[in-house]
Design a binder for this molecule. Structure first.
Ligand code: 5GP
Ligand code: ZN
Length: 118
């Protein structure tokens, strides 16, 4: 999709700090991290949100989220982990290309888990 920043990042047209890549997904560090290691799972194929993404890609994204959470928890030594996925402005979505937030949590951190409209 033209003029979609996450399409460009996912497909390597715009550089981003990449933690993982395969034929369907790129996992990048969030530009405005909510905690140390905050990352985003981006599908390479454009879908705006959970309503548009295919069942197959949604399932693959969840399996990847599970793998990343396990690897990141080992690597970072975090104490907990949020997986967040926003749909629509009212739910706090600001980039309208499906993505899953991977948010490592640390004892005593101040990350809110309620997401405000962007
Ligand atoms: P949303 O609010 O749509 O669920 O999440 C969008 C996320 O994308 C935000 O956490 C924001 O910091 C991040 N973000 C927005 N633009 C960019 C960008 O150009 N590069 C990266 N790495 N993250 C971005
Ligand atoms: Zn896109």
């Amino acid at each position: 999709m033209e003029n979609c920043i996450f399409c460009k990042i996912a497909n390597g047209e715009i550089p981003a700090a990449t933690l993982y890549e395969d034929e369907d997904f790129r996992v990048i560090l969030d530009l405005g991290p909510a905690s140390k290691g905050h990352a985003l799972i981006l599908p390479k194929a454009h879908a705006a949100n959970i309503y548009e993404i295919s069942d197959e890609m949604a399932a693959k994204a969840m399996v990847l989220a599970k793998k990343m959470a396990t690897k990141m928890t080992d690597a970072l030594g975090c104490d907990g982990f949020n997986i967040v996925q926003n749909n629509g402005e009212q739910a706090g979505q600001t980039v309208f290309h499906f993505h899953m937030h991977l948010i490592p949590r640390y004892k005593g951190d101040k990350v809110g888990i309620a997401w405000e409209p962007g």
